[in-house]
Design a binder for this molecule. Structure first.
Ligand SMILES: NC(=O)c1ccc[n+]([C@@H]2O[C@H](COP(=O)([O-])OP(=O)(O)OC[C@H]3O[C@@H](n4cnc5c(N)ncnc54)[C@H](OP(=O)(O)O)[C@@H]3O)[C@@H](O)[C@H]2O)c1
Length: 194
């Protein structure tokens, strides 16, 4: 089966996600949630793949990258961009998604804003893990509006240093089956048996 594609993001009350190349907040509980969700696979023979833009990659402290236990893919237009051994470079989102080999369970697109936007428009996104932070921060990067085709389910909550947040999973609505069109031709009357 082909891997499912998820977005995973934390947003503030105004859909803000970043400021000056960094996260605007420090929420260890959300970081732990991110790690758990992106690492977990039902079968240990598989691992997940994380896909990110070059700026997001550079925002990860060097000691934490590449993200352990996951296949790391970085998107850049720069053909000479160098990354650590084992990290895959892609020059477009479709190319990044193609890096999923047979050992990849799920794909997590982890940002930033342009990559999220492109994924929402062009890819088959199966679900969105969204941490909704119940506070407004100064931000210069934002998450796109989530289309109506997705609905949220609360899957948890947390609080760090007085900042509350909830974990939501946006799932895709199932399409209603299309009703069969009735023929406009008048039905033939059954012959009466009497
Ligand atoms: N709150 C959250 O959950 C969350 C998650 C992730 C990131 N963030 C924050 O968001 C900010 C970073 O996001 P960002 O939007 O500025 O940058 P980004 O999406 O991480 O990276 C942008 C770069 O990715 C490359 N890229 C993007 N789309 C591409 C495409 N279609 N084809 C080829 N290359 C492509 C380009 O790299 P080149 O310039 O090298 O060509 C582009 O400049 C930071 O503040 C970070 O902390 C927050």
């Amino acid at each position: 089966m082909s891997p499912k594609i998820y977005l995973i993001v934390a947003t503030d009350l105004k859909r803000g996600i970043g400021l000056k190349g960094k996260l605007p907040w420090h929420l260890p509980g959300d970081m732990a949630f991110f790690k758990k969700m992106t690492i977990h696979t039902d079968d240990i023979q598989y691992r997940n793949m994380v896909v990110m833009g070059r700026v997001t990659w550079e925002s990860i402290p060097e000691k934490h990258r590449p993200m352990a236990g996951r296949k790391n893919v970085v998107i850049t237009r720069n053909k000479d961009y160098k990354v650590d051994e084992g990290v895959v470079i892609a020059h477009s989102l479709p190319q990044a998604l193609k890096a999923a080999d047979e050992r990849v369970a799920d794909i997590f697109i982890i940002g930033g804003s342009k990559v999220f936007e492109e994924a929402m428009k062009r890819s088959k996104v199966d679900g969105i893990y969204l941490t909704r932070i119940k506070k407004a921060f100064q931000c210069d990067r934002f998450f796109p509006k989530i289309p109506n085709a997705y609905y949220p389910e609360k899957i948890g909550e947390g609080m760090d240093e007085g900042v509350e947040y909830e974990f939501l999973l946006y799932k895709k609505r199932k399409r209603k089956p299309v009703a069969k069109k009735r023929s406009s031709r008048p039905r033939k009357k059954r012959a009466s048996s009497s």
